[in-house]
Design a protein around this ligand. Structure first.
Ligand code: HEC
Ligand code: HEC
Ligand code: HEC
Length: 450
């Protein structure tokens, strides 16, 4: 049973034994402050304010979750798996019957920053309101102007969650929100030493909600940290749709310690840099819908902020550049099974030296996705392959084929071990059992798609 399911059942259990206080606490309405229009005329906003809101919605990637495959932008209906059943994102177009056309600024603010729908129901935290809680009042006003006046209304009814009673009860979720989602508090920007650092902190922590994927979570599902004051912040998140969100702190092996600011800017704008490529759909979607559309100044600020993060918790993996493997492979001296499998399946593109090849084939030596203590992404990549997203800055949709059909679990484990322990990479070896588990998931997903 998943931890969230357990947590919710435990909370439900508390009531069964008669402690009705929890119910009363969960059901109590949360009072929030009405921010009002400030200096703006939100009934007839200026084109400039609407444009600002559009940009902020891009930086917040609202479209990624609020658009179904082949659906109209922002009309909702995207299915999102949670440990207790699927939920569906809402229609946030200004349609007055099925969308948010009748939402006041206050209704909108309560949903986006506090996670409370106009009915009083708590939203599932798949909507990243714990991050959006840090969006400024003025940015909320601009977002509202955009959603009311810059988005095409679409009539499409919301779909309720596929979650059954008792897990469907809303008040345990309200307790979760009151306990773990911070009350809206503006980010104190003056604590950052430069404007770029402050802007980067704001974009990463609030709109970009990078921590929603890249920060580890507690058993009760809240992110372990909301800012850099805690070394768990962005230290590598849970596995999302099969891909591990890598450590974005300065750890030298599985983190961004050896990346330059320009490497980060390139990755966010082109999905690749001189030695690494984005793999898997979660980050590919972030780049194609959101970061590639951001201004060069904002991307630079994000890079400055990420480079300011100290290394997170100790990692087991190490990296020390070495040409021993390349020499041995060229001389035919690498005789273990993993090396043979590498030569047969991988070297045509990644070469024997595993450095980056024509900026198309990423380096495997010293690559954080290869060196993460948790090898999930690398195993998945070898089995299922990946498609490098095409971006405006680097148009092409090159891919890496999957090898599930050619490699047994044992062979894939030997190959992944070779990749994690060659060219100066020093990371743990997965076993065939780990490969078998991931193969099962990959097969199940392929089944759903056909
Ligand atoms: C990571 C996915 C994700 C992102 C990003 C996201 N949302 Fe949501 N949002 C959801 C889901 C899922 C729900 C439905 C939650 C529920 O039903 O409890 C939701 C609900 C909402 C609601 C409540 C609608 C209602 O029925 O009352 C509003 C308003 C909203 N989102 C606006 C936004 C805006 C604006 C942005 C960008 C600033 C955004 N969302 C970004 C997933 C997301
Ligand atoms: C929906 C989840 C999600 C969100 C939100 C997200 N990421 Fe990621 N990110 C991932 C995953 C999964 C990976 C691992 C894929 C990989 O290594 O290429 C990743 C990888 C990365 C990488 C390394 C890419 C590489 O070439 O190895 C960087 C840098 C990064 N993310 C930065 C960010 C920043 C900055 C934000 C916020 C603006 C962000 N991410 C938001 C899921 C996410
Ligand atoms: C046909 C050429 C080709 C072959 C063969 C190939 N790859 Fe790749 N590989 C690529 C491309 C292209 C990418 C970038 C894919 C993406 O970004 O989605 C990639 C990405 C990767 C990455 C991710 C690097 C990063 O920056 O995150 C790893 C690790 C990797 N390959 C390992 C392997 C291994 C191991 C094999 C052999 C089983 C292999 N590749 C075979 C073309 C290839």
């Amino acid at each position: 049973m998943s931890n969230l399911k357990k947590a919710i059942l435990v909370v439900a259990g508390v009531v069964v034994v008669g402690v009705v206080g929890a119910f009363a606490y969960g059901s109590q309405a949360t009072a929030t402050k009405d921010i009002g229009p400030g200096a703006f005329n939100l009934a007839a906003p200026s084109a400039q304010l609407i444009e600002k809101g559009r940009y902020l919605a891009v930086a917040a990637d609202c479209v990624a979750c609020h658009t179904a495959p082949k659906g109209q932008p922002f009309a909702g209906g995207l299915s999102m798996a949670t440990p207790i059943g699927a939920i569906y994102s809402s229609n946030i177009t200004p349609d007055k019957t099925t969308g948010i056309g009748n939402y006041s600024l206050n209704d909108f603010d309560r949903a986006v920053r506090h996670g409370i729908a106009p009915s009083g129901a708590t939203l599932y935290p798949a909507m990243p309101y714990p991050s959006y809680a840090k969006v400024t009042d003025d940015d909320m006003r601009a977002l509202y102007a955009y959603f009311m006046h810059g988005v095409q209304p679409v009539t499409q009814a919301n779909r309720g969650p596929d979650i059954h009673w008792p897990l469907s009860m809303n008040w345990p979720l309200a307790i979760w929100r009151k306990t773990y989602a911070p009350a809206v508090e503006p980010l104190v920007l003056s604590k950052y030493q430069s404007d770029a650092l402050a802007r980067g902190a704001y974009l990463v922590q609030s709109l970009g909600h990078c921590g929603a994927c890249h920060t580890p979570r507690a058993a009760t599902m809240q992110e372990l940290a909301q800012d850099e004051s805690n070394p768990a912040y962005l230290a590598g998140g849970p596995v999302i749709d099969g891909w591990l969100a890598v450590n974005l702190r300065s750890n030298p092996a599985g983190g961004l310690g050896r990346w330059t600011e320009q490497d980060i800017i390139d990755t966010l704008s082109k999905a690749r840099n001189a030695h690494s490529a984005v793999v898997g759909s979660p980050m590919a979607d972030v780049v194609s819908h959101s970061t590639q559309e951001m201004s060069p100044e904002d991307l630079k600020s994000i890079a400055v902020y990420l480079k300011s993060l100290t290394p997170g918790p100790d990692e087991k993996a190490r990296y020390a550049a070495s040409d021993a493997t390349a020499k041995a492979l060229k001389a035919g001296r690498e005789e273990n099974r993993g090396a043979q499998l590498y030569l047969d399946n991988c070297a045509a593109c990644h070469r024997t030296d595993a450095t980056s090849n024509a900026k198309v084939f990423p380096a495997l030596a010293g690559n954080p996705s290869v060196l993460s203590d948790d090898p999930t992404s690398l195993i998945r990549l070898v089995l299922a392959g990946s498609k490098l997203p095409s971006t405006k800055g680097a148009p092409s949709a090159l891919g890496m084929p999957g090898f599930a059909w050619r490699l047994s679990d044992e062979e894939a484990a030997q190959l992944v071990t070779f990749v994690r322990q060659s060219w100066g990479n020093q990371a743990s070896a997965p076993d065939a059992g780990q490969v078998a588990k991931i193969r099962k998931q990959v097969d199940a997903e392929a089944e759903v798609q056909h």
